[in-house]
Design a protein around this ligand. Structure first.
Ligand SMILES: Nc1nc2c(ncn2[C@@H]2O[C@H](COP(=O)(O)OP(=O)(O)OP(=O)(O)O)[C@@H](O)[C@H]2O)c(=O)[nH]1
Ligand SMILES: [Mg+2]
Length: 575
């Protein structure tokens, strides 16, 4: 009695079977459906497990002979049979595991670059494996397809799923999609007619299947790629056309420029309609040797070439992924720079704690849209968002030319500061004043594309003084300013007038020191909680207001496209 190896029972936790994608490479990006195989450990090695098609196994002479034949098979280009497990509900076949999946998986994986040397080596492996099989007691494969050509860890192709017909032939044939798809590799004379259950496979039939695999290797697609994908012929119709032996025979279309001409010739002769015209594998091997000479490569170096190419693929992939990673990092950094001042964001990124800081003097700008509440009442939420978006995008384009930091937008209020987090002497007042003049100039000519009738007017208030600044919150951290200066600046805006820049006494004093600003005394104003204060209108400057003429933007244009978050206070956000 032949010895059938037994593998540990599936209840054994340590050897629990696991399913792996047939293409376990991390490089997988193929869009095609992935196939899976079950893998288990057996005597310290990974093995592939396949369920036998036939559930009721009769251990008869025929089966034992098939097992004996297949046990003898040992070649570099054939998958090693390890054993079978017959005394279980689902009989299993255990074979050598090929970690890189099937030839189909490798062809589908566009991350693996396959030059002609590589492809020729794979073809050569199939031919060597088939010569051996045809000369062995197994004699015929019968199911030669790209998914039955497996690729081992060294990129050596091994023929699998031959022999063991008793175990692998299903008791009942179900004519589903898979059944017809598998017929795409079957020679016309072997395609079963409607009332035939199966046809005895032949060596010439295997050569035909090899021809179809060549199409797959040449096109990295297929089989019958053009017929199926361009001409939209169904698989069943393709089978019918092939079986009907049309003249000329219906075969895959492969353009000569897709590959070396001699290889196309080999493919065509292999799928010849007359079985006797198909060259046996030893002849194909000879043909292939001559063809390989054209590539000027030494077959002995073949393995090295494959490994080198694989390493190059990996290297290219690592570079690509590294670049993607650094792009992603740049994007998240840019995002952080948009919500926090750059020096603060940089501190956070290197893991430093950003402590709250006191600034002796900064200048704060507030602006607000006149009549925004009544505009909101009459406009649709989308119109409100469109207006604010257009307006703030315009402001954002202006402010990047000044040494300022936009603190936030709350509804229609726009708040900007200068003099922090990096101190700039007395320049904060000058920067904010010039920016305010530039913004006002823009507002005077601003028209909203979406709401052409809307006449925009803003009130601007400016004040200088001490503040405390720091990061608030862990979720969506915010760089906030605290202190009376903030309130006063806000009050300067609210007590201002449409299309005017309302400036406090403190700011005026600093601005006058530059000698380039023209201010007008406004008079006394009542500021809530502060009493009466003297204030001024900023009229103009003798300096060029538009800094974009001679300054570089302080933020990259990449960030420009990203919209700022809008905070709606006391209002339902537009839906
Ligand atoms: N990675 C890996 N995948 C394998 C291995 N054996 C089979 N596969 C994959 O599992 C898929 C299913 O294999 P099978 O059960 O043999 O089915 P099939 O090849 O479609 O059809 P058959 O003609 O019945 O063999 C194959 O297409 C391979 O992609 C292996 O050893 N390693
Ligand atoms: Mg298979």
């Amino acid at each position: 009695m032949e010895e059938l190896y037994s593998i540990p029972n599936s209840t054994d936790k340590a050897s629990e079977p696991y399913r792996v994608s047939s293409n376990r490479s991390s490089m997988s990006s193929s869009s095609s459906k992935q196939q899976f195989t079950t893998v288990r450990m057996y005597r310290g090695n990974r093995v592939a497990i396949k369920k036998a098609q036939n559930k009721k196994i009769d251990v008869n002479k025929k089966l034992l002979m098939e097992v004996r034949q297949i046990k003898e098979i040992s070649h570099e280009n054939t998958v090693r049979f390890i054993g079978a497990c017959l005394d279980c509900t689902n009989p299993l076949i255990i074979t050598e595991y090929c970690p890189r999946g099937s030839l189909k998986d490798v062809l589908d994986n566009k991350d693996i670059k396959l030059d002609w040397n590589f492809r020729m080596s794979l073809v050569n492996d199939i031919v060597k494996g088939m010569i051996y099989l045809h000369q062995s007691e197994v004699s015929v494969h019968g199911k030669l397809r790209s998914c039955n050509c497996l690729i081992d860890g060294r990129f050596v192709l091994k023929i699998s799923d031959f022999g063991l017909h008793t175990l692998t032939t299903p008791a009942e044939i179900i004519k589903d999609t898979d059944y017809f798809r598998k017929l795409l590799w079957v020679a016309p004379e072997l395609i079963p007619l409607s009332n035939e259950s199966s046809v005895t496979p032949t060596q010439r039939g295997d050569v035909y299947s090899f021809g179809i695999i060549l199409e797959e290797i040449i096109l990295r697609a297929g089989p019958f790629q053009i017929a199926r994908e361009i001409d939209k012929i169904t698989i069943e119709d393709i089978i019918l056309k092939v079986a009907s032996r049309e003249c000329p025979p219906f075969r895959p279309i492969v353009q000569v420029y897709d590959c070396p001409e001699k290889l196309t010739e080999l493919m065509q002769i292999s799928w010849s309609d007359v079985p006797e015209e198909r060259p046996p594998f030893p002849q194909i091997h000879q043909h292939l040797r001559n063809l390989m000479k054209l590539f000027g490569e030494n077959i002995i170096d073949d393995l090295l070439i494959r490994m080198e190419q694989y390493a190059n693929n990996l290297e290219a992939l690592v570079n690509e992924k590294t670049e993607e990673l650094s792009q992603e990092k740049r994007r998240s950094e840019e995002l952080l720079y948009q919500v926090l001042p750059r020096p603060v964001a940089m501190q956070l990124m290197i893991g430093q704690i950003v402590k709250p800081e006191q600034f002796e003097c900064v200048t704060i700008y507030f602006s607000d849209i006149v009549g925004f509440t009544s505009f909101c009442a009459s406009a649709t939420p989308m119109q409100v968002v469109d207006l604010l978006n257009e307006l703030y995008s315009t402001f954002d384009k202006i402010i990047k030319f000044y040494d300022v930091y936009k603190v936030e937008t709350i509804g229609d209020a726009y708040m900007v500061v200068s003099g922090l987090p990096q101190r700039n002497g007395d320049n904060h007042a000058r920067e904010i004043a010039l920016m305010a003049l530039a913004i006002l100039n823009k507002v005077k000519v601003f028209s909203c594309e979406h709401i052409p009738d809307f006449q925009l007017q803003v009130r601007i208030g400016i004040h200088s003084g001490p503040v405390c600044a720091g990061i608030v919150g862990h979720i969506m951290p915010h760089y906030c300013l605290f202190g009376d200066t903030v309130n006063t600046a806000s009050r300067m805006e609210s007590t201002g007038m449409p299309q005017k820049i309302h400036v406090s006494e403190t700011t005026r004093i600093i601005l006058e020191s530059f000698g380039t600003f023209e201010l007008e005394h406004r008079g006394e104003v009542e500021l809530k909680g502060k009493g009466t204060v003297t204030s001024y209108w900023l009229l103009k400057s003798t300096e060029i207001i538009d800094f974009s003429i001679y300054r570089q933007p302080s933020v990259s244009t990449e960030t420009e496209a990203a919209p700022y978050p809008l905070v709606f206070m006391g209002q339902t956000p537009p839906t």
